[in-house]
Design a protein around this ligand. Structure first.
Ligand SMILES: Cc1[nH+]cc(COP(=O)(O)O)c(CN[C@@H](CCC(=O)O)C(=O)O)c1O
Length: 306
């Protein structure tokens, strides 16, 4: 595969990527019954630092609970394994992908009982999620014809593999329409989130962030709210409509992979001046300083890999 993931932690052992293989009878391959995390480690003067490792691992185990997976490792074992993968591959900065899934014990739709989850942790070097151009000029989004699933249809607060069929359909539609990313509305037509990011927008000096509804409770979203407030911004958690976004002065989206990505167009309408917003780029710079260990105020969010 074109992905260069090197050594992978696979059910407790570090193995070369070619040996990290599963059966075609794997339940998760057929039914989307997997859970995962997306975490970043950044190069810092004191070595690689994993950003908010504990929050990510906690969410990983919450996702397992939602799916009633029997996890064969503790959160601490997963935290150690993540650090082992970074060390073994000699990465200075990387994107880390823990994954747990229902294996090949049974192919009935009900994967339980007697089906302990299998677990792997891979990591690879991953640059800007939507490309440097999207950061410099702002990403162009279109509202997807696919809505975000309602809360009684899919568990949107858990990172479940099957949830990402919705994201994949939206992302493909957006990119085939020449946009960079999709904006998904909820079933009532209010703004939910991007296919892999949470949404912020700014009017005047007030920052707005989409409140928790059917969207994933993003860790980057939480970090940016804290950093923005510390910088003196008023931040309000709101329910918003797509035409409210059209009136915004600035808009951006955040996620572990996306970091802080400005949005310059939504549905072919310029957001503000149609460029990456000034406050957006200030918040992006502040976020990048934090994750790269340049802001001592947020040291508690970093786990240094010795
Ligand atoms: C649907 C969704 N919403 C919001 C977020 C932001 O959450 P957080 O990373 O905790 O701030 C992500 C992360 N998307 C992950 C997967 C991306 C992918 O392409 O896969 C990520 O950013 O790692 C989502 O998948």
């Amino acid at each position: 595969s074109k992905m260069k993931a090197g050594l992978i932690w696979f059910n407790g052992q570090l193995v070369p990527q070619e040996e990290a293989r599963v059966s075609v009878l794997t339940h998760a391959l057929h039914y989307g019954t997997s859970i995962f995390e997306g975490i970043r480690a950044y190069e810092t003067p004191k070595g690689p630092a994993i950003f908010r490792l504990h929050e990510h691992t906690e969410r990983f185990f919450h996702s397992a609970k939602v799916m009633m997976f029997e996890m064969p490792y503790t959160p601490e074992q997963i935290n150690q394994a993540i650090q082992e993968v970074i060390r073994a591959n000699g990465y200075k900065s990387c994107y880390i992908r823990p994954l747990a899934w229902m294996g090949a014990n049974t192919l009935g739709v009900n994967p339980l009982p007697n089906n302990p989850a299998e677990v792997m942790i891979a990591a690879w070097e991953w640059g800007t999620y939507l490309g440097d151009e999207a950061v410099r000029k702002g990403a162009r989004l279109i509202t997807s014809s696919w809505a975000r699933f309602p809360a009684n249809v899919m568990p949107g607060k858990a990172k479940v593999g099957g949830n990402y069929v919705n994201s994949a359909l939206a992302r493909v539609e957006a990119q085939q329409a020449g946009a960079d990313e999709a904006l998904l509305l909820d079933k009532e037509g209010f703004v939910a989130e991007g296919s892999g990011e949470n949404i912020f927008f700014l009017r005047g000096n007030t920052l707005y962030v989409i409140e928790h509804s059917v969207n994933l409770m993003g860790i980057t979203r939480d970090s940016v709210i804290t950093i923005a407030r510390d910088l003196g911004y008023e931040v309000r958690e709101v329910r918003a409509t797509r035409d409210q976004l059209y009136m915004a002065d600035e808009m951006f989206m955040v996620g572990t992979a996306a970091e802080v990505t400005p949005i310059s167009y939504l549905d072919h309408r310029a957001i503000g001046t149609g460029k990456a917003g000034e406050h957006t780029m200030k918040l992006r710079a502040a976020y990048m300083d934090v994750v790269q260990g340049k802001n001592p105020k947020y040291e508690a969010w970093l786990t240094y890999v010795k």
